[in-house]
Each structure stands twice: as C-alpha cells, then as structure tokens.
Design a protein around this ligand. Structure first.
Ligand code: HEC
Length: 485
C-alpha cells in the first residue's frame, strides 16, 4: 500500500518532469519519511525490525540504521555508489537484499528513490530526529478512509455487542461500527473507526464501548467509544459519529500496538479488562479509577503465537487464554504467573471459557472439538472430556453468564448450544449460509446474535433457538446473500 503510494508519487513526478522516464528517480528532492521509509517498512522491517534484527541491522530508527549492523554505517551521504545499502539492493549474488530466497529484488524505481535520497545527502525531514521510531511515525501519518456510503460487498461480521439496554446491536463494519435496532433490524447509526475492523466488542458497566481490532499486519488498538455522543451529522435518519478524531466519541485509547487485537474480556465485577492479539501479548487494565485513568497493570507474554481468546474466572483472579500456538493457558493474575498449559487440541485454539465453579476450563478450536480440562492447579491441565463438536473449526466459544450453557460458532455455518455441566448437546441453530465468525448475548442472556463471513446477522431466542430476525449488516446491501458453496 505505502510503497504503491511511493510508486504513484514517482509516476506523478515523471509526468511533471517530461525528461525523466519511468524507473528513474524524480528530479525534486525525495522526502525520507514520505518516499523512503515506506519502502523500508514494506521490504525490510520484517527482518530488520527493532527485535532481533537480521545482520544486527535495525532499520526502524535512522540512528540504528546509520550505526550499521555487523558492518559499518551502510550509507555514505551524497555518495549512493559508495553506500553498502545500495550495493546490497543491486547485488546479483547471495548478498542481495531482500535475500534471494524471499523473492524478487526491489523494483528499480524503488532502488532509484533510495539512491537519490542518499545522493541528496540522506537527510531526514524536519520534525523527525535520528531516534524517531519510524514504525510509529508511519502509523501516525496514516489516515483511515471515510466509511463508504453503500458497501459494494457484504462485510464479514467479526464482532458484535448488544447495548446495555439491549435495544441496539453494535456490529463490525469496514473502518466503522454499524449500529442496528434490534426490534426492527434497521440501521440507526454509523461510527467511523481508524481500524479496518473490530475483532472484539464489549460494553463496560459505565456504558462505554470497548473496541479491539486493527489493520491486519499493520496495527492494532483497544479504543473506548461513547456511542451516545452527539453525531457529527444525521442523514436519512442515520446518525454519523466520528470515532476517528472526535474526542467525545473516541473517549480513550488504551492500547496501540503493531498488529491486530483479537479478543477482549471483562472481569465479572467489571473492574478488570483483558485484551489479546497478534503481537502474542495479553494486556490487563485496572478500570477501578474509571476509564479516563484506567491503568495498564500487566503485559503478559505467555503464548508463542497469536492470542485468539481471553476469559476471566468467576472470582476475577485467573485468566484463561487460547492461542494459535495450539494451547490454552491459565494465568494467575494476583501472583502474575502462568499456572497451566492445556496442549490437547494440537491445533490452533480459538475460544476459551472458565466455569463458574473454578474447577473446569473449556476450549475449542481448529480440531472441531470442545474440550474440558481441569483447572485446579494441583492436578495439572488434565483433559476431563472431549465433548462433541462441530463439522468444522470452532471459531468462537462463549459461556452464558447466567445459565450453565456454552455457545459455540463454527465454520460449519452453525451455532450450537451445550450444557456445560453434562457436556450434552442442547440445540443446533441452523440458517447461516457461511462460516459463523461472531456471537453475542443480550444483557438478559435471552437473545443471541450471530454474524457470518458473508455479512448476515441472525438473532435467536434462547434456549429454544428459534430465529427472531436476520439482516445483512452492511450499509446498502440487500438481505440474504448467496451460499458460499
Ligand atoms: C528475509 C529477511 C530479510 C529481509 C526482508 C531483508 N534482509 Fe537485509 N539482511 C538479512 C540477513 C539474514 C542479513 C545478514 C546477512 C549476513 O550477515 O550475511 C542481512 C543484512 C543486511 C545488511 C548488512 C548489515 C550489516 O551491517 O551486516 C544490509 C545493509 C541489509 N541487510 C539491508 C536490507 C534492506 C535495505 C532490506 C530491504 C530492502 C533488507 N535488508 C531486507 C535478512 C533480510
């Protein structure tokens, strides 16, 4: 994306300068942050990042780049020909960067931009210092697109939450949240977001909405929105809220990170918030001082891969987690230590729940099974039971807050209801025509919302599982989309 912009700049400049042909550097000075840094980010930071960089060369800060890795400063300002950095980009042997085994060399036009930057003295733009974190700076300069008036395609429903009064359903959209009236299935409000999509949503006891999401591979965030704030405009009965930069809507940002946030959980007393994501971390906040002064208490690095799900124990003292590293784990919040690892899925684990009795954990994932395991530490994480499951990977696992029920959503296009005490299957909710990606319960726990890959939201009455209503939750899209297969 960013390098495409850089390429577009070059093309645009060559139109302005008829003498220069495509592939040659522009004649005007290049800007490091606008033209060069995005090329580095796209092609180099993956191996030359701040953590364990290859060749000991960290390219994410100018001062680190200029320090060099195992060799000296790879840049000789004013002399592209003498710069090691240019040598490795143009090399045809094993020293080429990016390395030959990872694919093609950098496009000639991009190399030309870097050469010109060095030839012009390898200067950095005003406002930047040699210690500027380039990942953060590029993120700061990125601005989200405005939401589309009408969607050309249905958007995947990756997250949902019922409002505290149960009357509204907040649904993930494309760079926005869409807010629907539960009674009529009509769109009532749209809240623009910086992130491309929400992966988790939940309401706090104070009525604020917690948003976890991001731009895959680019950035992640935990943001707090006030969906009751004054809209910036109202059109055809739909309120538009600016969640990108209106501080009355975007009340607080709790976390900004380098990859998407995947999951959120609130402790039963509403005092602790947990978030996990693709940076493998779980963050834990104390919300007692109020959201404005929420305090980051712990940053837990207990998983070797993406964290897909987090869940508190009933007493709020332990935290379960599920990961792409094929394990579910149990964390002691007070002692700040890992208690148990449950490895039996042997496949990515997408959902976790801890039973109210404090004795049993549930997890489900790519192996299509719900497994219960012992969470009393003296016995180790022994499997209690491999319950039945689904005909496809189980993507979400939810524990009913008032009843001994588990609810699962899966890639077999169904939602299922289970008795957590007996492990018996209670109901299968059929109707979706695509993978079910998200589920949410209304505050009474009597209505379940499920959302699918092809953009449908379905509402069901529990425990009967009778369909209440369904709608296509993409602005401007007609109801009911074609089956995928
Ligand atoms: C797939 C991983 C990977 C990517 C992507 C990559 N590099 Fe490298 N780079 C390496 C490795 C490995 C070394 C160490 C090679 C060695 O020591 O023989 C290295 C070494 C270097 C060095 C020498 C550092 C020193 O002081 O020893 C430079 C300069 C360099 N890379 C520049 C770049 C640039 C510029 C890019 C982006 C256009 C890039 N690399 C992309 C893996 C990568």
């Amino acid at each position: 994306m960013t390098s495409r912009i850089a390429a577009a700049v070059i093309v645009a400049l060559s139109i302005l300068n008829p003498g220069s042909s495509q592939g040659q550097a522009p004649k005007t000075p290049v800007s490091f942050i606008r033209d060069v840094a995005p090329i580095f980010k796209e092609n180099c930071f993956g191996c030359h990042g701040a953590k364990n960089p290859k060749g000991k060369l960290d390219m994410t800060k100018i001062e680190a780049l200029r320090k060099g890795g195992t060799k000296d400063d790879p840049i000789v300002p004013g002399k592209a020909d003498e710069s090691h950095l240019v040598d490795v980009l143009k090399a045809t042997d094993a020293s080429r960067m990016p390395p030959r085994e990872t694919g093609d060399p950098l496009a000639a036009a991009k190399i030309a931009v870097i050469e010109q930057w060095i030839a012009e003295g390898a200067k950095i733009d005003g406002g930047l210092t040699p210690s500027t974190d380039l990942v953060k700076e590029l993120r700061r300069r990125w601005t989200p697109p405005s939401p589309l008036q009408r969607y050309a395609f249905p958007v995947q429903i990756t997250a949902q939450a019922f409002s505290p009064d149960g009357k509204k359903l907040v649904v993930s959209g494309h760079h926005e949240l869409t807010i629907w009236d539960v009674e009529t299935g009509k769109l009532t409000a749209r809240l623009s977001t910086r992130s491309r999509r929400a992966m988790a949503l939940l309401f706090l006891p104070d009525g604020n909405l917690v948003y976890g999401g991001g731009r895959p591979g680019e950035e992640g965030e935990v943001a707090i929105y006030n969906i009751k704030a004054a809209p910036s405009k109202t059109e055809e009965g739909i309120a538009w809220l600016n969640g990108v930069d209106d501080p009355k809507v975007l009340v607080k940002k709790l976390l900004e990170t380098d990859d998407e946030v995947q999951c959120l959980a609130l402790s039963p007393d509403g005092k602790k918030l947990a978030a996990g994501g693709c940076d493998r971390m779980i963050h834990l906040w104390d919300l007692t001082p109020g959201i404005a002064n929420a305090k980051l208490e712990q940053s837990i690095e207990n998983h070797a891969d993406w964290v897909f799900s987090v869940a508190f124990s009933a007493d709020g003292k332990r935290l379960g987690s599920a990961s792409r590293d094929k394990t579910a784990k149990l964390w002691d919040i007070t002692a700040k230590e890992s208690l148990l690892t449950f490895p039996d899925h042997q496949a990515p684990v997408f959902g976790v729940a801890l039973k109210a009795d404090g004795k049993v954990g549930f997890s489900a994932g790519d192996d299509r099974q719900i497994r219960s395991w012992n969470i009393t530490t003296d016995q180790g994480a022994k499997q209690v039971k491999a319950m039945a499951g689904h005909g496809g990977p189980i993507l979400k696992l939810l524990q009913h807050p008032k009843q001994p029920w588990l609810i699962t959503a899966a890639a077999d296009n169904t939602v299922r209801l289970w008795n957590a005490d007996t492990a018996a299957a209670m109901k299968t909710l059929s109707g979706h025509t695509d993978h079910v990606l998200s589920i949410a319960l209304n505050p009474e726990g009597a209505i379940l919302a499920s959302g699918s890959y092809n953009g449908e939201v379905r509402l069901w009455k529990l425990p009967e599982g009778t369909p209440v209503r369904d709608f296509a939750a993409s602005p401007g899209q007609m109801v009911a989309t074609k089956p995928k297969k």
